[in-house]
Write a protein that binds this ligand. Structure first.
Ligand SMILES: [Zn+2]
Length: 351
C-alpha cells in the first residue's frame, strides 16, 4: 500500500486520460484494454483494475480489497458496463489486500484460474493459514527496541488478522508467473517482469509490441510506494531492492511505453518517474544521515525527520517501517551503524 506523497516535480509526465473513471464505469485505454477503479477504505481511496481482452473472455489485472463497498462496485460493473462478460484469468500483481483481496472471490465466481508470483501466492497463503505468526513476542520486542510505542507495535503485530478480513480465500491451486515468462493474452504477447521492495516478486507485464507496461505499484504518479522493513526480516534492504528494480526498468523498458499503474492515472514518462523516485529516496537518505551526524538517533526519533505531518497509529506503523528501510539502506552502504546504547538501538554515523 503506498502511503506517502512524493514532493518531486513531475513536469515531464503526460496523462493521456486526465479524467479518472468514476467507480462503476470503465474507460478503454487501448484497443481491448479497459481501466476501472475499485474503492478502498483509505486515504488512497481506490485501486486500478485493468481488463485485457482474452481468447475466451477478459483477463483481469488485480482485484480490489474485500469490503462490502468493493464487492458492490464489482456487482455494479457486472450488471452494467461489464454485463455478460466472462473473466478468463485473474492476474494478481502482489499480495497486498488492495490487489489480491477479491482474487479468490473472482476466481470462484468465474471458475477462472489465478496467475501470480510464487512470493505473492505464498505470502498470502501463509498469513491466511497462520495470521498470528506476526504477533510473536520477538517481533514485538524488535519494534520496541527501535523506539516504537507499545500501541503502534501492537497494531503492527495484529496486521495478520486485519489482512484476513480484507482478503477472500485464495484458490488452492494457481499458475506461477516467473520473471521473463511470456504470457499470451488474447493474441497479445506480454513479458513478465518482477519488482522488489514494495512487495516480494511484484508482477509487472510488458507488451513490447504495443508499448504497454502494467507497472503495479512500482511506479505511480505523485505517490512513492511504501517500502518497509518488518520484524521478520530485521536486516532486510527493501529500499535497495526497490531502487535496483527502478534501474532495471529504466534499462529494459523504453521510455515511450504507456504506464498502467496500480493507483492513480496512466501516464507516459517512465524514465522520468523512475528518476524522481530515486531522487526522492536519495534525499531521504541524506536527511537521515544528517540527523545522525548531529547525534545518535533511534528509528522513532528519525520518523519526524522524514514525516512532518501528525500521524495516527496506523500511519505511524507505515512511517516507522519505511524509516527503518532507509536506515537499513544506509547501514548496507556503510554510512551509518545501528548500535546498542543504554538498552535501546540507535543509529550513528559509521567510521
Ligand atoms: Zn497498492
Amino acid at each position: 500500500m503506498p502511503d506517502d506523497q512524493s514532493k518531486t516535480e513531475e513536469g515531464a509526465l503526460r496523462f493521456p486520460f486526465p479524467e479518472v473513471p468514476p467507480f462503476g464505469e470503465v474507460v478503454e485505454v487501448a484497443e481491448g484494454i479497459l481501466w476501472t477503479r475499485i474503492p478502498l477504505p483509505y486515504l488512497l481511496d481506490h485501486v486500478n483494475i485493468f481488463l485485457i481482452r482474452d481468447h475466451d473472455g477478459w483477463a483481469v489485472v488485480d482485484t480490489g480489497i474485500q469490503t462490502e463497498e468493493a464487492i458492490a462496485t464489482w456487482e455494479g460493473l457486472f450488471a452494467g458496463p461489464l454485463k455478460d462478460i466472462r473473466i478468463s484469468r485473474v492476474i494478481v500483481t502482489h499480495f497486498h489486500p488492495d490487489h489480491i483481496g477479491l482474487a479468490g472471490w473472482l476466481c470462484a465466481r468465474f471458475d477462472a484460474p489465478l496467475l501470480t508470483s510464487l512470493s505473492s501466492y505464498m505470502s498470502s497463503r501463509v498469513i491466511s493459514i497462520a495470521p498470528a505468526t506476526r504477533a510473536s513476542q520477538q517481533y514485538f520486542d524488535f519494534y520496541i527496541s527501535h523506539g516504537m510505542s507499545e500501541e503502534v507495535a501492537g497494531l503492527v503485530a495484529i496486521q495478520g488478522n486485519d489482512y484476513l478480513r480484507r482478503v477472500s480465500d485464495l484458490p488452492l491451486t494457481y499458475l506461477r508467473l516467473v520473471l521473463l515468462d511470456t504470457l499470451d493474452i488474447g493474441g497479445r504477447s506480454f513479458r513478465v517482469l518482477t519488482g522488489e521492495g514494495h512487495a516480494p516478486e511484484q508482477i509487472m507485464l510488458y507488451c513490447e509490441e504495443e508499448k504497454l507496461l502494467f507497472a503495479a505499484d512500482q511506479v505511480i504518479e505523485r505517490i512513492s510506494p511504501n517500502v518497509s522493513v518488518f520484524a521478520g526480516e530485521p536486516n532486510g534492504d527493501p529500499l535497495g531492492h526497490f531502487l535496483r528494480t527502478l534501474r532495471q526498468l529504466r534499462a529494459e523498458v523504453p521510455d515511450d511505453v504507456l504506464v498502467l499503474p496500480g493507483h492513480r492515472r496512466p501516464f507516459y514518462g517512465l524514465h522520468q518517474r523512475c528518476a524522481e523516485l530515486e531522487a526522492h529516496h536519495e534525499e531521504r537518505c541524506d536527511l537521515i544521515r544528517e540527523a545522525c551526524a548531529k547525534g545518535p538517533k533511534s528509528v522513532a526519533e528519525l520518523v519526524p525527520v522524514l514525516f512532518h505531518r501528525k500521524l495516527d497509529p496506523h500511519q505511524m506503523s507505515f512511517a516507522f517501517t519505511e524509516t527503518l528501510a532507509h536506515v537499513n539502506r544506509l547501514v548496507r552502504r556503510g554510512e551509518i551503524a545501528t548500535v546498542q546504547r543504554d538498552g535501546r538501538l540507535v543509529n550513528v554515523v559509521a567510521g
